[in-house]
Write a new protein. Structure first.
Length: 238
């Protein structure tokens, strides 16, 4: 896809995401053991209560608080009133303790911020090559300092058919590599790759726009996250 067309498409999809999905209210005013933060990978299908967090609740049989917002970024400094949720770090509720925080982000910074081209500077701001510094490691370290275990998830890959994010593959692979380095530095941090979730040629894991997860996609992501939490905590507690 030509660069100028990709940028136009990015703007269109961002507006679509903002008009169709907003911040989901926390399911418990008092908080809970598991928090979900991030962008549309997490928030999509929330209006039908079939987002990633809803799937996690079903599998884990515990309440999950979801603060994810479509079009959210890791680095967001625009002074937009009422849009704090578009900054992923600002999605973190104050005064709450969490056993687990499930987190994603960075894709919109690369896709909408630099069109997945000439993104090295943006990538470095998200995470250094060794995963030690940057917006993503800084947020993860903040969550860890508050006692939470953190799962940072990667993104769905294009099935290779009709997806405008096909040209972002290299950036997605590099972000995953840096997240792997980040997780290796702390036994309480887990990187969950989604690179192998979508079979080549299978469009069923994506919504109509071939960017966001379909209901099947959200279900598969939520199930993987729940299985990781179960594996790391044992059968008796989330």
């Amino acid at each position: 896809m030509p660069h100028f067309l990709s940028r136009i498409f990015c703007v269109f999809c961002a507006l679509l995401a903002l008009s169709g999905c907003g911040e989901r209210a926390a399911k418990s005013p008092a908080g809970g053991g598991i928090l979900v933060m991030g962008d549309s990978l997490m928030a999509w299908n929330g209006t039908s209560q079939r987002a990633v967090s809803d799937v996690m609740e079903k599998h884990l049989q515990v309440e999950v608080t979801d603060r994810s917002v479509s079009a959210a970024r890791m680095i967001y400094r625009l002074p937009v009133s009422g849009a704090a949720g578009l900054s992923i770090p600002k999605q973190l509720p104050k005064g709450h303790d969490w056993d687990w925080v499930v987190l994603n982000g960075g894709g919109n910074d690369l896709w909408l911020g630099c069109g997945c081209t000439a993104c090295r500077r943006k990538m470095d701001r998200l995470s250094s090559r060794d995963g030690s510094t940057g917006a993503i490691p800084d947020l993860v370290q903040q969550l860890r300092s508050q006692g939470a275990k953190v799962i940072y998830t990667g993104y769905l890959r294009s099935p290779g058919r009709g997806s405008p994010i096909e040209y972002c593959k290299d950036e997605g692979e590099e972000l995953d590599r840096r997240a792997t380095q980040m997780a290796a530095r702390d036994e309480g941090v887990y990187f969950l790759s989604l690179a192998d979730l979508v079979p080549h040629g299978d469009r069923s894991f994506h919504a109509f726009d071939m960017i966001h997860p379909s209901i099947k996609g959200s279900s598969a992501i939520g199930a993987r996250i729940a299985e990781l939490i179960k594996t790391e905590t044992g059968p008796d507690s989330p």
